[in-house]
Design a protein around this ligand. Structure first.
Ligand SMILES: [Zn+2]
Ligand SMILES: [Zn+2]
Length: 532
C-alpha cells in the first residue's frame, strides 16, 4: 500500500465522518493526516510498521491506530461500516438541493434510491410521494432543484477552502482551475476545471471529493462535494483548450459579449483570434472595453502592514513573524496587536506596548536591514476616541484604526464615529472598514463616500484585509478608492506565520478593484511609507 493509497483512504474516511455528523475537529484531523501522508517522501506503511509514524507532526494515537489497521489488514472496518450507513451521495445531494440531508436519506431508504439519477427518475415518475411524509410540494422542490442543476449553491466556499478543494481535483485530473476561483471571487459557489488530459473525466468521476455525480457526457462531468458544493470538469481537446478555458473562466455576461469563440490551443491565441488583448481573469465579470490596466501583483508587495503576535491573539512571536515575512521577500512588517477595548482577546495598553518595543528592537537588530515596525490595531471606543493615550500613539510607526464593536450602529452615527477617529493625527490606515464576515455577518452601514472624503483630507489609507472570510474592503469598494485617489493597503491581518500567505487573497481583491501597483501603498519602499 503506497502513500497515495493510504491518503485516499484517509480522505474517504474523513468525508464519511463528515457525512455522519462527526465533530469538525476529527474530520479536519483526518483530512490533514491525508495531506501529510501525501506529502511525506518516506513510505508511510513502513513508518507505521516500525512504530515511527507518530514522528510525523499531526498524527496522534487515534489516527495511528487506524493507520495500523489499514496497513496490516488492508482496510478500515469502521470506514466500511460508515459506507453502508451514511449513504454519502444522498447526504451530499440533500445539502446541494437545500433539502435536509436526513430527510433525503430517509426518503432514499423508503424508495430504495441511492443516486442522483435514481432520484431524478423517481421524481419524474411521481414516485417520491410513495414515501411516508412526502407530498407534492417536496416532489416539486426536488424536481426544481435538480433542474436548477447548473446554478450556483447559495452559500459559497471562502477562497482558501475552494483553492484546497480545487487543487486536489486539478492535480488528480491534470486540470487548470477556471470559473469563480480563477476570477478571484470572494466566495466560490461552483468549482470549475478544464482538462486536456486523457481519462480526466473518469478520474474526476472517481475522485473521493466528488460524492455524487449529477451529469456526465463526453465533454463534461458535474458533481457535488460532501458540503453540497457543485464541482465541474470540462474535457477539452488540445486544439481547443484555450477556448474552453476562456469559456469556463469568464462570467456568463462577459463570455456572451465576446460572441462566438474561435478554436485555439491557448487562451492567448483565443484572444488574439478575437482581435483582443488577453484580459486578467479578475476583470472578466462583465463586458470589458479598452486596454487592460496593469494590475498590482503579489510580487509588487514590499511589506505587510497588519499582523498579530502572541502579545495578543496571534500564534507566533514577533521574531517568528518577522523572520517569516523576511523569508517571503518583504522589506518590512508592522506588528499591530490589539488594544484593551477589544476585550474578547488580550489587548495591549501603553505599558505593554512599550515592553513589546524592546522585543521589536531586538528583532530589528537580528534581521537588519529588514525592518519590523512598531504598530497597533487600535480600537475606536464607543465615544469615538482612540483606545491608547496620545503619547504612546505618537511613538508608533504604523497605527491601524479598527472598529470591533458597534457593527450594527445606524449609518450616520457609525460614519461619524469612524471619520472622527480617522482625523487623529497618528492614524495611518483604517482596517477592515465594513466589518463583515463572509457567510456570517453582513457589512456595516459605513458610508464609503464619506470615508473616502476624509481619507483624502487626512492621508489615511484604506485596508483590503486578507483574512479569507473578510476581504474587506471588497472589490467594488477598492475600485471606488482607486478612482478617488485614496491609497489602498493590502495586508493579511495574519495571526500565524501561515496567515502571511493570505497576501494573494487581498492582492486578488485589489486586482478585482482595478488597482495597479501605484494605487497600493505597501508596494512602496519603507521610507516613502513612513514619510507622511
Ligand atoms: Zn481587527
Ligand atoms: Zn487584526
Amino acid at each position: 500500500m503506497d502513500n497515495a493509497d493510504i491518503a485516499r483512504t484517509l480522505d474517504a474516511y474523513a468525508a464519511l465522518l463528515d457525512l455522519a455528523g462527526a465533530g469538525h475537529w476529527s474530520v479536519r484531523a483526518y483530512r490533514r493526516a491525508a495531506d501529510l501522508v501525501r506529502a511525506t517522501p518516506a513510505p508511510v506503511a513502513e513508518l507505521v510498521r516500525s512504530g515511527r509514524v507518530r514522528e510525523l507532526r499531526g498524527i496522534g494515537s487515534g489516527i495511528e491506530a487506524r493507520l495500523r489497521e489499514l496497513v496490516t489488514t488492508g482496510r478500515i472496518a469502521e470506514l466500511e461500516q460508515l459506507e453502508r450507513e451514511v449513504e454519502p451521495e444522498l447526504v451530499a445531494l440533500g445539502r446541494y438541493l437545500g433539502i435536509g440531508p436526513q430527510r433525503l436519506v430517509a426518503l432514499g431508504r423508503a424508495l430504495g434510491i441511492r443516486t442522483a439519477d435514481e432520484l431524478r427518475a423517481a421524481a419524474e415518475a411521481g414516485r417520491l410521494r410513495e414515501a411516508p411524509g412526502v407530498g407534492p410540494a417536496t416532489e416539486a422542490k426536488v424536481l426544481e432543484a435538480l433542474a436548477r442543476g447548473r446554478e450556483p449553491a447559495r452559500r459559497g466556499l471562502t477562497r482558501n477552502r475552494a483553492l484546497a478543494l480545487a487543487s486536489q481535483l486539478a492535480e488528480a485530473t491534470d486540470a487548470t482551475v477556471a470559473g469563480e476561483l480563477r476570477r478571484g471571487c470572494e466566495l466560490v459557489h461552483r468549482v470549475a476545471l478544464v482538462s486536456g488530459a486523457r481519462g480526466a473525466l473518469d478520474r474526476f468521476a472517481a475522485h473521493p471529493a466528488v460524492v455524487a455525480l449529477l451529469e456526465r457526457d463526453e465533454t463534461r462531468a458535474a458533481g457535488v462535494t460532501v458540503e453540497g458544493i457543485p464541482v465541474e470538469l470540462v474535457a477539452a481537446p488540445p486544439e481547443r483548450f484555450g477556448t474552453e478555458l476562456l469559456r469556463s473562466t469568464g462570467a456568463a455576461a462577459y463570455v456572451a459579449a465576446l460572441g462566438p469563440l474561435p478554436d485555439a490551443p491557448t487562451e492567448e491565441e483565443t484572444y488574439a483570434a478575437l482581435g483582443l488583448p488577453w484580459l486578467p481573469p479578475e476583470l472578466r465579470e462583465s463586458p470589458f472595453r479598452g486596454e487592460p490596466p496593469h494590475l498590482v501583483e503579489v510580487a509588487d508587495i514590499r511589506g505587510d502592514l497588519h499582523c498579530h503576535t502572541t502579545w495578543s491573539d496571534g500564534k507566533a512571536s514577533v521574531l517568528e513573524m518577522a523572520t517569516a515575512a523576511r523569508d517571503r521577500g518583504y522589506e518590512y512588517l508592522a506588528i499591530c496587536d490589539h488594544t484593551p477595548n477589544v476585550r474578547v482577546v488580550p489587548g495591549l495598553d501603553a505599558d505593554l506596548l512599550r515592553r513589546q518595543a524592546e522585543e521589536i528592537a531586538a528583532a530589528n537588530e537580528q534581521l537588519a536591514p529588514f525592518r519590523v515596525l512598531r504598530g497597533t490595531e487600535c480600537d475606536i471606543r464607543a465615544d469615538g476616541s482612540l483606545d491608547l493615550p496620545d503619547d504612546v500613539l505618537a511613538e508608533l510607526e504604523w497605527v491601524q484604526l479598527s472598529l470591533h464593536a458597534g457593527q450594527r450602529l445606524p449609518e450616520s452615527e457609525l460614519t461619524a464615529r469612524v471619520t472622527e477617529a480617522m482625523r487623529h493625527p497618528a492614524v495611518r490606515c483604517l482596517s477592515h472598514p465594513r466589518g463583515r464576515i463572509l457567510n456570517h455577518r453582513p457589512p456595516n452601514a459605513l458610508r464609503i463616500d464619506r470615508v473616502l472624503e476624509v481619507a483624502l483630507e487626512t492621508g489615511v489609507a484604506l485596508e483590503t484585509n486578507g483574512l479569507p472570510d473578510r476581504l474587506d474592503l471588497r472589490d467594488e469598494e477598492v475600485r471606488l478608492a482607486v478612482e478617488a485617489g485614496v491609497p489602498v493597503v493590502c495586508s493579511t491581518d495574519a495571526h500565524s506565520v501561515q496567515g502571511l500567505d493570505n497576501m494573494r487573497l487581498c492582492v486578488t481583491t485589489a486586482r478585482r478593484g482595478r488597482a495597479t501597483a501605484v494605487d497600493v501603498l505597501n508596494t512602496r519602499p519603507l521610507a516613502e511609507i513612513l514619510r507622511r
